[in-house]
Write a protein that binds this ligand. Structure first.
Ligand code: URA
Length: 248
């Protein structure tokens, strides 16, 4: 990999701005290959250099992965003239990294949203071929029944022609207002709202709780975010591509 300036490498983790990185280096808190770094301009190969800050080895990743607890009222988009986007919730040094949301949540939907600059892996997470389940919690106006569960299980073709793959509807509470957990393996526009509207039970509240094996960190308050851990990223990278069905 191409050598890069030390302050740039530190800033690329998203933990520090370039200015903060320079300060850390001046304060002697950054070691490269075991010795205090002499200058922010030192050129290092991110693949081989051993960098530590305050004694903690630094992991330099090629891509950035952020887990956000999306609040209602912000758009899952990278720009929008009319209102705040999820990027506005990030620190300025992260906003400059070209991150984009992995799929979309509606403006009023809350919960787990990943942001990254890794287009290939993001694509794999979203493709229905890879069977990455997306799990949502929904509050619904109306009493959910076993017939609704069966309709989800069969898959639905909506009046507007939208084909929805089989999905799981688990009733957590049934009443005039019901609570449910819904698992989709695709993410079509307003999909849960449209499926439940087709059952005559409109969504009142929606939150994404999980993508694949990755649950929303319960420590993240609404609007807060953190970097994915190495283990979390590995789980995403290890998603299997199922073999293509033989047509013969
Ligand atoms: N389904 C919806 O209807 N909205 C979302 O934001 C996500 C899934």
């Amino acid at each position: 990999m191409k050598a890069q300036r030390l302050d740039k490498l530190l800033a690329s983790t998203g933990k520090w701005s370039r200015r903060e990185a320079k300060l850390l280096i001046r304060q002697g808190r950054v070691l490269t290959d075991g010795v205090p770094a002499a200058s922010a301009e030192a050129q290092l190969d991110p693949e081989t250099a051993e960098i530590a800050v305050d004694g903690e080895p630094l992991r330099l990743r090629e891509n950035t992965w952020v887990m956000l607890n999306k609040p209602a009222g912000v758009l899952s988009a990278t720009e929008d003239g009319a209102g705040p986007t999820v990027l506005d919730l990030l620190a300025p040094e992260l906003r400059r990294k070209g991150l984009f949301p992995v799929g979309r949540l509606d403006k009023d939907t809350e919960g787990l949203l990943l942001l990254t600059d890794d287009g290939a892996l993001a694509h794999r997470l979203l493709s229905p071929r890879h069977h990455v389940d997306k799990v949502y919690r929904a509050r619904v106006d109306g009493c959910l029944t076993g017939e609704d569960c069966a309709a989800f299980r069969r898959g639905m073709v909506l009046k507007d022609g939208l084909h929805c793959l089989p999905a799981e509807l688990e009733i957590l509470e049934a009443g005039a207002v019901s609570e449910a957990r819904i698992t989709l393996r695709e993410g079509k526009f307003h999909q849960i709202k449209r499926m439940l509207a087709a059952r005559g039970k409109p969504v009142l509240y929606l939150r994404r709780e999980k993508m694949g094996n990755l649950p929303l960190d319960p420590e993240l308050s609404s609007g807060a975010y953190r970097f994915l851990t190495d283990r979390e990223l590995k789980t995403l990278q290890e998603l299997e591509i199922p073999p293509k069905k033989d047509k013969t």
